[in-house]
Design a protein around this ligand. Structure first.
Ligand SMILES: CC(C)(COP(=O)(O)OP(=O)(O)OC[C@H]1O[C@@H](n2cnc3c(N)ncnc32)[C@H](O)[C@@H]1OP(=O)(O)O)[C@@H](O)C(=O)NCCC(=O)NCCS
Length: 192
């Protein structure tokens, strides 16, 4: 049986005020682990992930939820994303076209609607298929509704079966849009 865990929202301030740095380093470890698996096969060093985490948390409207084991405090899952715009003059902001290296996504989002893109979702191997990703996603969607977002966008590899099944279960539509750089990755959209 799965040990008890808690879903918590983590802000940039939480990461800044964690003098031990354990929160960020535990999260970076989880990210390294889950994305070393197929079909990702990434071999990021932890300091590179830590840097990326800092950058992502300073984008427009970053939202991060973690799942944390109540007993050990181990981070067993996370979901992290940011708001995407159609156009922006601020280099820190991401746009639909920068994320996808193309202009196709723009037509799926009305000009006056807000869209949130999840760049990272992962659950530690020992805790898989127990509903952790479902719970993280549900917490995020609730927060997106509270903040007035209309859409939640994601991208995954055509070979990422688990993630594709998760999107289908959660009611996402797969868009006929492939990423301009990672051509085996398609986009998925949910109206929240
Ligand atoms: C994809 C991932 C986040 C799923 O996490 P999880 O906590 O195990 O998922 P959940 O238990 O919440 O499952 C939710 C749904 O996803 C689908 N799913 C998840 N794992 C699956 C599997 N091994 N086989 C088939 N469907 C699966 C199912 O639809 C499942 O619902 P169900 O159990 O009612 O059938 C996890 O496998 C992971 O971290 N993978 C590596 C990193 C990754 O690929 N991230 C996505 C990047 S885009």
């Amino acid at each position: 049986m799965i040990e008890e865990y808690e879903i918590k929202q983590i802000t940039l301030e939480d990461l800044r005020s964690d003098q031990t740095g354990l929160l960020a380093s535990n999260l970076a470890k989880l990210i390294c682990d889950v994305f070393s698996e197929p079909p990702w096969y990434e071999s990021y060093a932890q300091p590179r992930i830590l840097f990326g985490l800092g950058v992502e948390m300073m984008r427009k409207t970053p939202i991060l939820f973690i799942a944390q084991n109540n007993r050990s405090n181990k981070i067993i899952g996370y979901i992290l994303g940011q708001e995407l715009l159609k156009v922006t003059s601020d280099v820190r902001d991401q746009t639909l076209s920068k994320i996808s290296s193309g202009t196709e996504l723009d037509k799926y989002i009305e000009d006056n609607k807000r869209v949130f893109y999840v760049g990272g979702l992962g659950v530690a191997k020992d805790y898989r298929r127990m509903g952790v990703a479902d719970k993280l996603s549900a917490s995020l969607v609730l927060e997106l509704k509270n903040q007035g977002f209309s859409y939640r966008l994601g991208r995954t590899d055509l070979a990422a079966d688990k993630m594709r099944k998760l999107y289908i279960k959660q009611g996402f539509d797969e868009l006929p849009v492939r990423d301009g750089v990672h051509v085996n990755r398609s986009y998925w959209l949910l109206r929240v």
